[in-house]
Ligand binder design. Structure first.
Ligand SMILES: Cc1cc2nc3c(=O)[nH]c(=O)nc-3n(C[C@H](O)[C@H](O)[C@H](O)COP(=O)(O)OP(=O)(O)OC[C@H]3O[C@@H](n4cnc5c(N)ncnc54)[C@H](O)[C@@H]3O)c2cc1C
Length: 380
């Protein structure tokens, strides 16, 4: 049996979070990636907001300084500056991750992480040692350590639509369009992310407890295309993108042992109230790269402050128990706050004062009932 590779950092799980770390790391550290799948090509599209001027800028397919939020009775255009909403297809990120380091690739599933306090031995399911590392960044999917009290899903299907004639407005992205029929329990919306006047991602999304069937997503997308006035007979569906992202107030363990750090969705980077994950993963990757460059351990700050996780738990509970109307809730949030405040809240970077302003814009009585319910559940 050959000795396992010796590295400074083993990325266990080589998907979105690990690719961002690989892309951000400078030369120097010896890195291994352990994943049964060597990620390449297009398997997802990330939409996220942030400030321009990062290493991701050259990889973006499109970005927008303003986005629309649409309801049956209104269309608000949210000015995002100095932030911007951006679209990154997975292929260029995986490519950059593959190019940027001379990482050892171990194309096998990892099973055990034996941490002796100085090193971590990554083992295969049959016990074969795969890699010995000073640090492990583990992004393998896993359930939360403490199960959620409210467990919803952000689930969706998107069509990449192509036309021979100009039908989309490239300068105009739709963040959330609530004119879709609303589910009995949950919130639904469509959105449109145009890359050019002939090519756009049109998606149907639900925040709700359970996924739909393939036919139900197709029906919902056809309905949304009709709302947009798109003639599907003159459009081609070039790609289909399905996804399910957890929205849970369960607690993810970020540091299961001294030299193992969880990143990505497994490390709690998915925002419970929306399913958005990318910005927190990118922020953590940039911090890990800075720490490593400074000769410090590759340990990022928590993806979100505890008070935001509490606010999300309350919001999820209020939506789940039917204490607030989903569309009304989001409408009110965007109506009563500057867009940048809402977006920075969703990224976990707002101050206490901004959080108080956000809370005071939510319907007081139902949210107080949800907060009381949350407090009761915590002590029982
Ligand atoms: C289709 C889709 C679209 C999304 N769009 C957005 C978006 O627009 N904006 C946003 O903010 N978020 C989005 N997300 C959510 C989130 O950003 C992504 O899920 C992101 O890829 C999460 O990164 P991750 O590294 O945590 O997980 P993943 O990217 O899923 O990576 C986990 C990796 O672990 C590997 N693995 C599994 N088992 C083992 C094992 N035993 N050993 C080793 N490796 C293992 C898997 O092969 C995989 O490569 C989307 C998710 C999906 C599915």
């Amino acid at each position: 049996m050959t000795d396992p590779a010796e590295v400074d950092i083993a990325l266990v799980g080589g998907g979105g979070a690990a690719s961002l770390v690989l892309a951000a790391l400078g030369p120097g550290p010896r890195v291994a990636v352990v994943d049964p799948v060597h990620k390449r090509g297009q398997d997802r599209t990330w939409a996220f907001w942030g400030s321009p001027g990062t290493f991701l800028d050259p990889l973006l397919s499109a970005s927008w300084d303003a986005v629309d939020v649409v309801t049956a009775s209104s269309r608000r255009t949210l000015d995002l500056q100095p932030l911007r909403y951006a679209m990154l297809r997975s292929a260029p990120l995986y490519e950059l991750a593959n190019k940027n380091t001379a990482a050892v690739r171990v194309t096998a599933p990892a099973h055990t992480l034996r941490d002796d306090g100085d090193h971590v031995l990554v083992g295969a399911p049959d016990g074969t040692p795969l890699v010995r590392a000073s640090w492990v960044l583990d992004s393998r999917p896993r359930p939360p350590a403490r199960p959620g009290r409210t467990n919803w899903l952000q689930h969706f299907r998107g069509w990449w639509l192509e036309s021979d004639k100009p039908v989309f407005e490239p300068g105009r992205a739709v963040l959330m369009d609530f004119r879709t029929p609303q589910p009995a329990r949950g919130v639904s919306f469509g959105y449109v992310l145009p890359v050019s006047d002939r090519f756009a991602l049109v998606e149907y999304t639900e925040f709700s407890p359970a996924v739909l069937t393939g036919d139900e997503y197709d029906t919902a997308l056809r309905g949304y295309a009709a709302i947009l006035g798109l003639d599907l007979t003159s459009l081609r569906v070039r790609e289909v993108e399905d996804g399910v992202i957890p929205m849970t107030d369960g607690v993810f363990e970020a540091r299961p042992s001294p030299r193992v750090v969880r990143i990505g969705t497994a490390g709690g980077a998915t925002r419970p109230s929306t399913g958005f994950t990318f910005t927190a993963m990118a922020r953590q990757a940039a911090q890990i790269a800075r720490e490593v460059a400074a000769g410090r351990p590759p340990v990022p700050d928590a993806p979100y402050p505890p008070r935001h996780r509490w606010m999300d738990a309350v919001q999820l509970r209020a939506l789940d128990r039917g204490l607030v109307d989903g569309v009304g809730f989001f409408e009110r949030l965007f109506d009563r706050n500057p867009a940048t405040r809402v977006l920075r809240f969703l990224d976990g970077t707002t101050s206490w004062a901004e959080d108080l302003a956000l809370m005071s814009s939510s319907p007081l009585l139902p949210m107080t009932r949800a907060a009381a319910g949350d407090a009761w559940a915590r002590i029982h």
